[in-house]
Design a protein around this ligand. Sequence first.
Ligand code: DC
Length: 217
Amino acid sequence: MIIAVDGPAASGKGTLARRLAQHFNLGHLDTGKLYRATALRALASGGDPADPAVAEAAAKAVRAADLGDPRLADEAVARGASVVAAIPSVRQALFAFQRDFARHPPGGAAGAVLDGRDIGTVICPDADAKLFITAGIEARAARRVKELRDSGKAAIYEAVLQDMKDRDARDSQRRAAPMVPADDAFVLDTTTLDADAAFAAALDFIGRKLAAAPAKG
Ligand code: DC
């Protein structure tokens, strides 16, 4: 079983994807980490993440072990991630990793939950259930500020909001795999929902989707 969870930053998609994976006993891949790891490698090499040759080489060097690096959470890395993510050769270089994870989830799990921007449209167009999680930009910026402050970092709301607007624009206006809901995705707006309510709505949709699907095999 493959569940695709797409949506913008701080929409609640990561938390939801983790809970769904736990609930259904599936593997979980946060695909944003692949783009973050690419940006981190590009920055660490002293190169410019906007340079396609630098970014492509960094993407090709990304390994599973990179995904646990705590520096992936840095705001500079997140910004670099949305820059490298617009480069087609980077997306191409990261494609196989994501497909492999979906087809052969670690630990022999019966499937996987992948979260990102293009899972339902490009990486797993045949996913059994597709969710697109969204929320108003002010709500998302406020969540990110709280997250940063809770982890002991300083955060200015206006700066976080502007950064998020810039990133949304880059992610949704790029030509390569822009962030858009798949035609058959369930769009869930979490502006006024907490994590439990979002999880319940997602489970309800997945339950209906699986019940309506013809048996596989
Ligand atoms: O979800 P995140 O903030 O970790 O993602 C970091 C960047 O990577 C984001 O700006 C968009 C990009 N991304 C992407 O283009 N496609 C994905 N499947 C996941 C992330």
